[in-house]
Design a protein around this ligand. Structure first.
Ligand code: S3P
Length: 183
């Protein structure tokens, strides 16, 4: 294993349901790194679920807390951080993910994500009459932001979790995940 894999933070971005937490946890185990899920860190700090917090305080209050947590997590060394799907909406988050981390965009088409999440009730943004249309809208808005933030893109539509983890490890070893320095 190269030093490249151990020194900084590896972060995962992508739509809700693209596998960030599952893949992040397995990637961390595989590389013997600590794992943090930013949504879980936020929920621990809030003492309630993100869905409840959204309902009570609104999305903007959530985004401010998310920014603080992302700032703290991306300063850690030798860890894997899975992020919430909307993390790239704030420029400040995109900048720290680009400059402090090797960021992997887990790319899934909206229809694939819809199939996985259609019974999920925990994601506030998807509790609407037409969640597929909402996911397509999120994809249009966010896909360019995920790409702009990421060091490289990995498909998570069909391959198994272990195949995706292997692909990420190979990309990191090849040095595809070099840090951006132009932010
Ligand atoms: C959000 C995605 C969620 C969570 C919050 C907002 C979004 O994380 O951060 O509900 O804006 O897409 P997941 O991507 O883990 O679902």
């Amino acid at each position: 294993m190269t030093g490249n894999l151990r020194s900084g933070c590896i972060s995962l971005v992508g739509l809700p349901g693209s596998g960030k937490s599952t893949i992040g946890r397995q990637l961390a185990t595989r590389l013997s790194l600590q794992f943090f899920d930013s949504d879980s860190v936020i929920e621990r700090q809030l003492g309630c679920s993100i869905r409840e917090f959204f309902e009570r305080e609104g999305e903007s209050a959530f985004r401010d807390i998310e920014q603080t947590v992302i700032d703290e997590l991306t300063l850690k060394l030798s860890c894997v951080v899975s992020t919430g799907g909307g993390v790239v909406l704030k420029l400040a988050n995109r900048n720290v993910l680009r400059t402090r981390c090797q960021t992997v965009y887990l790319h899934s088409p909206p229809l694939e994500v819809f199939r996985r999440l259609r019974h999920d009730r925990s994601r506030p943004l998807l509790q609407v009459a037409d969640p597929l249309a909402r996911l397509e809208g999120l994809y249009l808005e966010r896909d360019p932001l995920y790409r702009e933030t990421a060091s490289f893109v990995v498909e998570t539509g069909r391959p198994s979790v272990s195949t995706v983890v292997n692909t990420i490890v190979v990309q990191l070893e090849l040095g595809a995940g070099t840090l951006h320095t132009d932010a």
